[in-house]
Design a protein around this ligand. Sequence first.
Ligand SMILES: [Zn+2]
Length: 66
Amino acid sequence: MKDPVCGAQVDEKSASATSSYQGQKYAFCGTDCKQKFDRNPQRYASASHGSQQQTQGTHQGERANR
Ligand SMILES: [Zn+2]
């Protein structure tokens, strides 16, 4: 399984952090990546589905407030 945040290969069973979003499970190399994902799951989740249609009206530019 691929860590959607940093792209590292993570074994789901030995992952230090996992999360699920929209019925799909995600594994992370560490809690850092999980927190990033949890903060903005749609950004990382949609990155793995190339063919997902984009909702209109959503703000595209992410605010770099952190
Ligand atoms: Zn990671």
